[in-house]
Design a protein around this ligand. Structure first.
Ligand SMILES: [Zn+2]
Length: 361
């Protein structure tokens, strides 16, 4: 930074741009960084930007950055307003048992606030010296100006502890020697170069949004649990039914008479006693779930076992007896030409059901 032209100088304690002072050493200005004399450079060409440079070259490293900090302060004192960034909070919550997700969000848009006061002399706030301290709506706000030095972790920790709203503005000047008007635009009005470093309102918003999301999740989870409980109670009631009543239940679901389904029941099937119900009941349950009005569907043995496991209390009567019973029943339906074995999938396609409707292609 030592070789950069100095965009602004100090005339007494006032920050000035080169066009506000006499050309040359007569400007009477000093460098905002090293406080050594500056000369104002007014190039002959109107198109070239005016700037300051050290009268005697030295290894001043912070003249440029200090000049921008003071220029930012000057324009805020003059303008008495600043654009503050938007804040937004999004919270996702999840329930492990029901796998339900809920999201809630809240935001405040960016807006221009009025600054009632911008402090000329910034004091030490518990070990941290902000670049600019202003008051808006009788509340203190810190404004940090970052040119090459961003807020470091130590300063950030101190700022967070203070809980005073803090904005950081990144000043990447539009030209090597920015004019005061450019600084004015960049500091006061530009939306994309600033962010909240500390914002107690955002913390509160996050808390509020979290509560909202958790409330929504609670309602969804309760609803799901009530649904599951109702389902479970209905299922327990079903399990307590006699075998005859279970058969009536299946027939009612199918809207069929007993005589209409006898042809699809296979008695004396190996492993058939594994499901705690009669052959009529478990076989009709398979038929209703996988075949009836499901022409074209693929029926796979594992899916059938999973279904029966949900419906009944399976107790194998020998090793793999439920799987064997399912295998023989599907083979039986295959022989009836209701199913057709598919060697590529290892499953069966539904060809027709007891309604006589064939698979349409
Ligand atoms: Zn200097």
């Amino acid at each position: 930074m030592a070789d950069l032209k100095i965009p602004f100088g100090l005339l007494g304690d006032k920050l000035v741009s080169p066009s506000e002072v006499t050309n040359g050493l007569k400007c009477n200005c000093v460098c905002p960084g090293c406080k050594k004399p500056l000369i104002a450079n007014h190039p002959k060409s109107e198109n070239r930007v005016k700037y300051f440079s050290h009268y005697v070259k030295n290894n001043c490293s912070n003249g440029y950055e200090s000049a921008l900090h003071l220029a930012a302060k000057r324009v805020l004192i003059e303008e008495k307003r600043i654009l503050v960034p938007a804040i937004c909070a999004v919270v996702d919550v999840y329930d492990k048992n029901t796998h339900i997700h809920e999201t809630a969000s809240g935001s405040f848009e960016s807006k221009v606030i009025t600054l009632n006061d911008v402090e000329q002399e910034v004091r030490d706030y518990d070990g941290v010296i902000p670049d600019i301290v202003a008051t808006s709506n009788s509340k203190t706000i810190f404004i940090e100006i970052a040119v090459t030095h961003f807020i470091d972790d130590e300063k950030l920790a101190k700022l967070k502890k203070l809980q005073i709203p803090t904005i950081e503005i990144y000043l990447e000047p539009t030209s090597q020697v920015p004019t005061l008007e450019e600084i004015r635009e960049l500091v006061v009005n530009t939306p994309h170069n600033r962010d909240w470093v500390v914002n107690p309102k955002l913390d509160k918003l996050k808390e509020r949004v979290k509560i909202e999301a958790e409330k929504k999740l609670g309602i969804a989870v309760n609803y799901e649990m009530a649904k599951q409980l109702k389902f479970q109670q209905a299922h327990e009631k079903y399990l307590r039914l006699s075998d005859e009543d279970k058969l009536i239940y299946e027939l009612k679901k199918l809207n069929k008479k007993r005589t209409e389904i006898e042809s699809i029941i296979r008695e004396n099937i190996k492993g058939g006693k594994s499901f705690g119900v009669s052959n009529h009941v478990w076989q009709l349950s398979i038929y209703r779930r996988f075949i009836h009005r499901k022409q074209g569907n693929l029926v796979e043995k594992d899916d059938v076992l999973e279904w029966l496991n949900k419906r009944f209390e399976i107790k194998p009567i020998f090793k793999d007896s439920p799987q064997i019973a399912i295998y023989y029943y599907l083979r039986f339906l295959n022989d009836l030409k209701m199913l057709e074995y598919n060697k590529y999938t290892g499953g069966y396609f539904v060809e027709s059901d007891t309604t006589g409707n064939d698979f349409p292609y």
